[in-house]
Design a binder for this molecule. Sequence first.
Ligand SMILES: Cc1ncc(COP(=O)(O)O)c(C=O)c1O
Length: 422
Amino acid sequence: MRFSKLMFAFDGNPVSNKNEAKFHSISTNLVIFSYLNNRCTKSHLMNTQTTVKKIPFISLRTEPGFDEAVEARWQKALHNSQFIAGPATKELESKILDYTQANNFIPCANGTDAIQLALRAVGIGQGDSVLLPDFTFWATYEAIINVGATPIMVDVSSQDYQMDFDLFLEAVQKFKPKAAILVHLYGWCSSRLNEFRAYCSKEKIFLIEDGAQSIGSLFEGERIFQSAFLATTSFYPAKVLGAAGDAGGIFCQDKAIAEKCVQLGNHGRSSHYGHEYVGWNSRMDELQAHFLCESLEKLPERIKSRRESEKKYFDFISKNPNLPLEAKLEPSNIQGNGYLQVSIAKSSYKDLSAKLNLLGITTGNVYPSPMSAQKGAINPILVSKDHVTQQISKKVINLPLFPYMTDSEIDYVCDCLVNSSS
Ligand SMILES: Cc1ncc(COP(=O)(O)O)c(C=O)c1O
């Protein structure tokens, strides 16, 4: 197994030097002596003989031969000066359609553009209301604003942490949205996805599924994008299928919508110098497409490995009720892709995270506050009863999870959880 040195923050930029200390190289082990002497107070968390392992929150591990295969592809592209709209983009299109079982795939520059292209392709713009969950990454909100529409936040269900269907119905009655964006957060999705899809189809509400985190997930046994009217994804490097930079894509059933997405993402072109719409440049470049073609081959193995690690955590935490956290799994009609480990801290997420950090483990609290509470959300409109998003976003703790974690790494995290209980 190759342990890649590439390290990325979750939804932002590659880790800067300043942050790098938080994302330690996986193979570094330190003896805890001096570490504890320097860093711990009298409430030492572990016996001083214990070896501290550095477990990053995420590490992009790949398979033997992966780098070489990518390099060979990139050399060929360089040699042939094939950088835009070349054979790799075509190859990716056919491979990804095969994998996702979707009808059409449109590659683009990133996952945020993918949502904007999807919204524009179905005619969403000024004066239109668009529903989105209050619990998501900011890009979902931004995309709605960037096309000139009005975002309406809907609270999530305490069961699956995805948009609450009953509140969605309430929001539809109140705001008459032209579109709704569901976000398949954590690589899960709403257990009521079928009801969302059927309702939107019947009521002529354009339903866009933000699947930035969900490639490879199954809903009721079916590939998640297969029956989606319109879905988008992100190939940001830390995603389950990540590129070597920014990239994204759109999946849709309708050929005409697919063609409009292609045009909008290529300066609204109808011919080389013919511009039917005002679009922008959101093309995926060939180097990313080559990297993604290679990664796609490995995706089933990577997802299997992620899911196995997630299950090990879940089993351990479930069998140890005195631990300071409870592990969550996706609803039973969904098979997630193991994008994130999701736990709920029983008391303070920050204290637990700090304790684990002292033991060399980096945790996440991915999405620590609702969209409606962001400074950038001007006059936010929220449909909610108990503001579940507000409650859970403060309590989620994500344990390290990435492809090819070793048993000893998972055991170490589990041991540290036990040691953090007191
Ligand atoms: C739910 C969600 N939507 C949209 C995006 C935006 O993707 P990108 O960073 O590729 O623009 C992300 C990724 O970070 C995401 O997690």
